[in-house]
Design a protein around this ligand. Structure first.
Ligand SMILES: Cc1cc2nc3c(=O)[nH]c(=O)nc-3n(C[C@H](O)[C@H](O)[C@H](O)COP(=O)(O)O)c2cc1C
Length: 356
């Protein structure tokens, strides 16, 4: 039986424990998209996860979700990432990064005037200023991902995660809600999967085995992409050679009729279903607050690795305490809705209590 602290090896990459710091956007950068001192402090404070996934980092200037999002679309952004990846490694975690394109979730404001690009205009809110992607645009964005992945490897990241969840570009292609294209990238499930599958293949080739390539896959949603379709995508990625997959939701979290384990959130259960169906090494996420919950998820075989999001924002020592057997000293996330860390991290009540 595995424990949360049992080391892992994925394609030769040694990971000291099964705690994953989930990708968590800080919006600490500026128009340059570069890493700065605030990032170094934020990630440097959070020692202990086996794998640390640096937040959604845009691959193209027109794919930004925020004006202050990190970027890897230009060579001059590499040096800052070198410093960040080296710091994470020095602190004992495997440095990973999530690479991202927001597609129709960008705006003219977040993009500094560049027009947002979408799979199909009929899938977006009326009046939104955007342009439908041509096939040339699609191929250019796929190359942007591959170039960003090469920069990530040069910077020292050993795990590269393609963002294919939460309503961003990967999801916009996979989901019938946002993909109304009538060419080879829309319509049938295999057409909707084409963008993501081609992307994985291109990035794998670009990385040439120098890092583990994974996807955060939005495997299901309400009234759109079904879990069966999500599992089908995971199966196809497995056949293409993917070894680890990070499972989350697509545009929204669906209601599941039956839970594999009702001690865990519906979101966490989605990853359990994908693991069971595909046999892939899975990172599960969703609602883990206590060290003992993360331990139970691994011990019962529900997941292979546990990503911790809001709880590790609230208590930067979440993983350090867990690894040193002091999980009962974790300052617990109280689950604000919405989470303060989206817009005003200084107002997180757990943080305010600690700092006063
Ligand atoms: C402040 C904040 C920022 C986030 N940023 C990202 C991100 O950059 N990429 C991503 O895939 N998910 C992001 N998420 C989602 C988390 O990674 C995670 O999937 C979600 O919070 C559920 O896990 P939890 O219950 O452990 O928090 C973010 C969530 C929060 C609260």
């Amino acid at each position: 039986m595995n424990s949360l602290l049992t080391p892992m090896e994925i394609n030769g990459l040694k990971i000291p424990n099964r705690i994953v710091m989930a990708p968590l956007a800080t919006w600490f950068s500026d128009e340059s998209g570069k890493v700065n001192e605030k990032h170094l402090k934020h990630y440097g404070d959070r020692k202990g996860p086996g794998l640390m996934i640096v937040e959604a980092t845009t691959v193209s200037p027109e794919g930004r979700l925020s004006e202050t999002q990190l970027g890897l679309f230009d060579d001059n952004q590499i040096d800052g990432h070198k410093e960040l990846a080296a710091l994470i490694e020095k602190n004992g975690s495997v440095p990973g990064i999530q690479i991202h394109h927001a597609g129709g979730k960008s705006t003219l404001k977040t993009n500094y005037g560049l027009l947002p690009l979408v799979p199909s205009k009929s899938g977006v809110k009326e009046g939104k200023e955007c342009r439908e992607l041509t096939v040339e645009d699609i191929h250019r964005i796929q190359r942007d991902f591959a170039n960003a992945a090469q920069r990530a490897v040069e910077a020292g990241y050993r795990y590269i995660e393609l963002h294919g969840a939460h309503g961003y570009l990967g999801t916009q292609f996979l989901s019938p809600i946002t993909n109304k294209r009538t060419d080879g990238y829309g319509g049938s499930l295999s057409n909707r999967q084409r963008f993501v599958l081609e992307l994985y293949s291109l990035v794998e080739k670009a990385v040439e085995g120098r890092a583990v390539v994974s996807i955060r896959l939005g495997a299901a949603e309400k009234d759109g992409l079904t879990l069966e379709e999500g599992i089908d995508t995971a199966e196809k990625l497995k056949a293409m050679g993917i070894r680890v997959i990070h499972i989350s939701s697509a545009h929204s979290i669906p209601k599941l009729d039956v839970l594999e384990d009702d001690r865990f959130s519906p979101l966490f259960n989605i990853s359990a279903y994908v693991k069971k169906a595909t046999g892939l090494t899975v990172i599960g996420v969703g609602g883990i607050k206590k060290a003992e919950e993360a331990q139970l998820a691994v011990e019962t075989g529900l997941t292979d690795m546990v990503a911790v999001g809001k709880a590790i924002l609230c208590d930067p020592k979440w993983a350090e305490k867990t690894v040193s057997g002091k999980g009962d000293e974790i300052e617990l996330c109280i689950g604000c809705s919405p989470c303060r860390w989206f817009t005003e991290p200084e107002k997180c009540p757990v943080r305010v209590k600690r700092e006063n």
